[in-house]
Design a binder for this molecule. Structure first.
Ligand code: ADP
Ligand code: MG
Length: 356
């Protein structure tokens, strides 16, 4: 919901699980030593040999699952042979973390199949390691944490430094979150993420601290002379965003929707101007939302995820959600020629076992 590019700066993030799911249905397999997977959406199969240490393999998407199985093996768990069918309703590659969804779903399936629950934080870390080692994505901890720890009707304030979590109730049924998928993903050289991380490290180093979490806005202003102009703006985003995230959690607790909405708009402006990870399509969505305004039922809107495409989230009056979705879709199409995919969600539960 808010807290972008704060995770690798030891800051706070405030995710929410959405009402989109991966479901895995499994039964004991006919062939021992193998897990057979069938993706019912893409009609693709994969077979994983679990009689030996699980390794990377084909197809590519199976690596998210392989990584999790390997994590269980490293904990001394014997992986049972299973036939698995699965379905996912999270858009892929849109910044809504279908990857973490697949990992945490697999880990939860393993809990069900072995009858042994693991601590949800350990589960999230195991899933993160799978993404690092098997998918080669050096992701933070947010996505896996919310997938594993999400609770219906709550957001999760996560301190990425201490890994302490706090459930933030969002009980006011008069508001909802809209997820607006711009349906664009600008392929960049791939170096943008690494470059931002390096700039944050440079800022922290020049300011004489371990990470930007240790710097206040005033300290940044006083130390401005030690940073080049771009690095200063990167740091200003991170430091401001950490503060906004903590304030947004307070605002949600207090059902102060205009206040939370303003923090979302400020977050977007900062990502666009200081961190420079937005794009035209994301900016168009936020401009449309601002145009609809409080009178039309929109409190706030921002890009979500790493940037350069993907999704926006908007905080809206639940009673106006349908009308707002239609208006955003129409205006976005008129301005960009692209069809957006929009759905609304209340804070949902993380992964659970459904017994058949
Ligand atoms: P995000 O996590 O934001 O959706 P990523 O690029 O991290 O984007 O992960 C997307 C990748 O996850 C897909 O390219 C695919 O390999 C894999 N994936 C996730 N869910 C599924 C699924 N249901 N079926 C096949 N692959 C999936
Ligand atoms: Mg991902």
């Amino acid at each position: 919901v808010i807290g972008e590019h704060t995770d690798y700066n030891d800051g706070f993030v405030l995710p929410m699980a959405i009402e989109r799911y991966a479901i895995m249905a499994a039964d004991t397999a006919a062939t021992p030593g193998k897990i057979s997977l069938y993706d019912t959406q893409f009609k693709e199969s994969a077979t994983i040999d679990v009689s030996a240490p699980v390794t990377k393999g084909e197809p590519k998407w199976s690596n998210y699952i392989r990584g999790v199985l390997a994590g269980f093996q490293q904990r001394g768990v014997k992986i049972p042979a299973l036939d698995v069918a699965f379905l996912s309703t999270v858009p892929l590659g849109g910044g809504l973390s279908s990857s973490a969804e697949l990992e945490v779903c697999t880990a939860t399936l393993m809990e069900a199949a072995t009858g042994k629950a693991i601590d949800p934080i350990e589960k999230a870390l195991l899933a993160q390691k799978a993404e690092h080692d098997f998918a080669g994505v050096p992701c933070g901890i947010m996505d896996q944490f919310i997938s594993a720890l999400g609770r219906e009707g709550h957001l999760l304030l996560l301190d990425c430094r201490t890994r302490q979590t706090q459930l933030i109730p969002m009980s006011d049924l008069s508001v909802a979150l809209l997820v607006i998928n711009t349906n664009v993903k600008h392929e960049l050289s791939g170096g943008e993420y690494a470059e931002r991380r390096a700039q944050c490290e440079e800022a922290a180093r020049n300011l004489g601290v371990k990470s930007l979490r240790d710097v206040t806005a005033e300290q940044l202003e006083r130390g401005k002379g030690k940073l080049n102009e771009v690095v200063y703006r990167r740091a200003r985003h991170v430091i401001g965003e950490i503060e906004r995230t903590v304030h947004a959690a307070e605002g949600i607790r207090a059902s102060n929707w205009p206040g939370v909405g303003n923090l979302m708009y400020a977050s977007h402006a900062s990502l666009r101007d200081d961190y420079e990870v937005s794009c035209q399509e994301l900016d168009v969505v936020v401009a449309i939302a601002e145009d609809i305004g409080h009178q039309g039922g929109v409190y706030g809107c921002r890009m979500t995820g790493g940037g350069f495409g993907g999704c926006c989230v908007a905080l809206v009056k639940a009673s106006a959600a349908d009308a707002i979705s239609k208006k955003i879709a129409a205006d976005y199409h008129a301005k960009t020629g692209i069809e957006a995919i929009i759905f609304s969600s209340r804070p949902a539960a993380g992964a659970t076992i459904i017994k058949g």
